[in-house]
Design a protein. Sequence first.
Length: 39
Amino acid sequence: MVKLIVMARDEGSAVIMVTHDEALVKALDARSINVRGGE
């Protein structure tokens, strides 16, 4: 899955994900936006 996401991103596609998996975010070397308390 990580390889597919990286390929799509590297080809110029926008990839938006919602996850609690910090290891996945690190594996993708991705930026993240943290939302707390539903704000």
